[in-house]
Design a binder for this molecule. Structure first.
Ligand code: ZN
Length: 519
């Protein structure tokens, strides 16, 4: 811990030293930043602190500064603490233009991966990505390999849970809110409020996708390594179209080490923000990428001028087509043809039925994901359908009702590819279940806890597995993880429009054949 006797001015000097070292704040900008901070803290002049090296940003610098700031009434309510902290860090984070300029310079001199490492480091060191919070997320270490490969689970303690109703309401938010949504580029430098996150430390890189201005930033939630977001400059709803495929392929041309994908553009099967056109990507560590292709069809056709195009079914839980080619225009044309065909495709013989259109509107869409290996592109198209019926009022191809105690949110592209981000409430609830399994409390006492009501079936199943004999901590943890993993597997299978059964596979091939594929 830092010496309590450091004055505000000395702490600000230590913070500016940190910014020069860790954020590449230039000496000239440091003078201005320090003066802005002194003004904010109503300090008349700067003070040189001795021994400023090796200080932890949060505990040694920000926490004591925030205590002083509270005493000075710069913030009052607990919810304002983060606003004050981000404002302080905003003073010492290099300006958006400086970061973008440096990103380009590093990309030119050392290559794109180094430039991305730089942007990631700025995002972490400015506390925009709050690593201390991210580290609280629970990532299960025990690997799970199900019927169709690995599934990964993270219990997310850094972000609140959203249900489908919240997502639908978000899509209806009035357009006059400023910034219009959490993704808008107008968030750069935004001070935040009780309802909106402060973004003075957000830094974005301008990019061009399909001849339109977009921006690249890192996600503050870091679901996987280099979890990045690309967002349209224009606040407009998510809409999958031929242009989406062009934009995704433009993105992997710019950043070939990353995958990039768009959530589907319909509620239930889309992500948590449908109001703003955006993509998510990053390093390719999601389980689906390690799965082999089956049923690969070579679509070469002299008549149609197709020289290089393969279409495969991915050996994965849900229904995923992989289109591979080193010829971008041939790949894009095929992707659009399949997408347009899928949008209108119904098959009433499948179980459950696939219905593209009914009185509630269109139901078919895709979750597209692009990667590039050398000169070869692969566009994954996860086929999605968001229809509901009386028996499945939350969605037929959605997490089944008896899995909602684990995951009720829409299955967006990250989960659809095998990485489950589970709600933070589960951490405490699983801890209570563990107490029952290890014999620390009785099942009757545990059920006094209302939050465990929803897990009644899970609790009974696990107690039955142990024959009601207490097990040790590790065994209890393994039992909980196995139950949750198999639930995630069940959810992924539920999202499959063509089931992994002989009849489902036949229906999948029938769809591809109807789309004009040589299969
Ligand atoms: Zn927006």
């Amino acid at each position: 811990m830092i010496n309590d006797n450091f004055s505000a001015a000395e702490l600000l000097s230590i913070l500016c030293d940190y910014a020069q070292r860790k954020l590449n704040l230039s000496p000239l900008d440091r003078i201005a930043a320090e003066n802005n901070l002194l003004s904010y803290f109503k300090e008349p002049q700067r003070a040189i602190a001795q021994d400023s090296q090796g200080k932890d940003l949060q505990t040694d610098i920000l926490d004591p500064l925030l205590s002083i700031a509270k005493a000075e009434y710069l913030w009052r309510e607990d919810s304002e603490r983060i606003l004050c902290e981000t404002k302080i860090m905003g003073f010492v984070t290099p300006s958006p233009a400086v970061v973008a300029f440096r990103f380009d310079a590093i990309a030119s001199n050392s290559g794109i991966p180094s430039a991305l490492d730089y942007l990631n480091a700025i995002s972490v060191n400015s506390n925009y990505i709050r690593m201390a919070d991210i580290k609280k997320n629970v990532r299960w270490k025990t690997p799970y390999c199900g019927e169709k490969g690995e599934i990964k689970v993270t219990i997310n303690l850094a972000k609140p849970e959203k249900n489908n109703r919240d997502v639908s309401l978000d899509a209806l938010e009035p357009a006059n809110k400023y910034p219009a949504c959490a993704l808008c580029v107008e968030n750069v430098g935004f001070a935040g409020s009780h309802f909106q996150a402060p973004r003075q430390t957000l830094r974005v890189i301008p990019i061009w996708l399909a001849d339109e201005p977009w921006y690249l930033q890192f996600s503050p939630y870091v679901y996987f390594e280099h979890h990045a977001i690309a967002l349209s400059e224009v606040h407009r709803p998510m809409k999958i179209s031929a242009k989406t495929f062009t934009r995704l392929l433009d993105f992997v041309d710019l950043f070939p080490d990353y995958f990039i994908g768009s959530n589907a553009d319909l509620p239930i099967v889309g992500g948590s923000i449908l109001a703003h056109d955006h993509f998510q990507g990053g390093k390719r560590e999601l389980p689906m990428f390690s799965r082999p292709f089956t049923n690969t069809f070579d679509c070469k056709s002299e008549e149609d001028g197709i020289t290089d195009l393969k279409i495969s079914i991915v050996d994965w839980y849900n229904s995923c087509i992989a289109i591979t080619s080193s010829n971008r225009s041939q790949l894009q044309a095929a992707a659009n043809e399949i997408f347009e065909f899928w949008k209108t495709y119904s098959d009433e013989k499948t179980s459950p039925k696939i219905v593209a259109l009914d009185k509630n509107g269109e139901h078919n869409t895709v979750t597209p994901v692009a990667v590039k290996n050398g000169d070869e592109y692969t566009l994954y198209m996860l086929l999605r359908n968001n229809r509901c019926d009386t028996a499945n009022k939350h969605g037929i191809f959605h997490s089944p009702d008896d899995c909602h105690h684990i995951k009720s949110e829409g299955i967006g592209l990250i989960e659809a590819m095998g990485l489950f981000i589970l709600p933070g409430r589960l951490h405490e609830e699983f801890a209570s279940i563990k107490k029952v399994l290890t014999g620390k409390i009785s099942i009757l006492d545990a059920m006094q806890d209302k939050s465990l009501d929803q897990h009644g079936k899970m609790l009974s199943a696990l107690v039955a597995q142990t024959n009601a004999v207490p097990v040790n901590e590790e065994e209890a943890q393994n039992l909980i993880e196995a139950y949750v993993y198999s639930t995630c597997e069940k959810i992924l299978n539920a999202t499959a429009v063509f089931k992994n059964t002989p009849a489902g596979k036949t229906a999948f091939i029938k769809f591809l054949r109807s789309a004009g594929l040589p299969c």
